[in-house]
Design a protein around this ligand. Sequence first.
Ligand code: PEP
Ligand code: MN
Length: 338
Amino acid sequence: MIIIMRPDATEANIQHIIDRTAKLGLKANISRGVERTVIGFIGPEDALRAIPLEVFPGVDQVLQVLAPYRLVSREFKKDNTVIKLPYGTTVGGKKIVVMAGPCSIESYEGLLSIGRTIKAMGATILRGGAFKPRTSPYDFQGLGEDGLKILQRVGKEVGICTITEVMDTRQVEMVAKYADILQIGARNIQNFSLLKEVGASKKPVMLKRGMATTVKEWLMSAEYLLASGNYDVMLCERGIRTFETATRNTLDVNAVAVAKRLSHLPVVVDPSHGTGSWEYVAGGARAGIAVGCDALMIEVHENPEEALSDGAQSLMPDKFADLMASCKRVAAAVDRDL
Ligand code: PEP
Ligand code: MN
């Protein structure tokens, strides 16, 4: 059961519910969003039936949500969540949003050039990692805070929103200072401390599905973010591990359709990591749009041969322009804009 408080509910109204339900052996979980406070419960929820919560002061609605990912579910919220970002970008509406940029931030000049290019081609969010989750400790680990400074500077100069990965609870405050959107990577999807910390930051966030997480586990991880009061959450399908080795990962387009049905949150498709090879990226992007995604994340690099990470799956600008053109046609076919 979930209680949605009215926007004008007072702290005393909330405390009254906490105290009253504690007497029934329940612990209230308070999720303070920007517009409303939602109360969920840990403990024997059946006991709640004994009290008429609807008439408690400050209560707007009492909802019986069956899905374990309560706040993330469509049962809780029928309409699609639309996330408002700087520079007038919104994710979750009719327009499919494109995030593009290099895997890693490598230099100010390089990022500025690619930022201008992808914006001119229709992307509205610039991506680039400063903290890189690399399989080998000997591979490039990212420029750290210097990279974040470059990202912020380039974002302002180009006039475009920025997204970058946060890998560690100790970095959340710093990354949130420089970037418009926090990315939680595939490898951290069940780092529950990180989820809680990013949830508390209230910065828009994109949660990547892990390479071995079910859709349900993905949504449960998103629930941590919403339960911590952050409702500006995007889900991102970036390919899963299967028996197939012909591609780096298997882009699970089914999961996009399932997530869209089960949840009100916007869904992003990342065919760069989903395929691992530049040749398959545009096809994966078109498939994502066809199946109902709200945004794309595409790795673009001016010189993939020299890229410090993920060169093999990075598109050169001309190929990115081709992707945009073909994706526009697919978007129109499924009644979306791009
Ligand atoms: C990335 O976006 O560069 C990245 C590391 O993604 P993932 O977490 O999906 O591997
Ligand atoms: Mn990458």
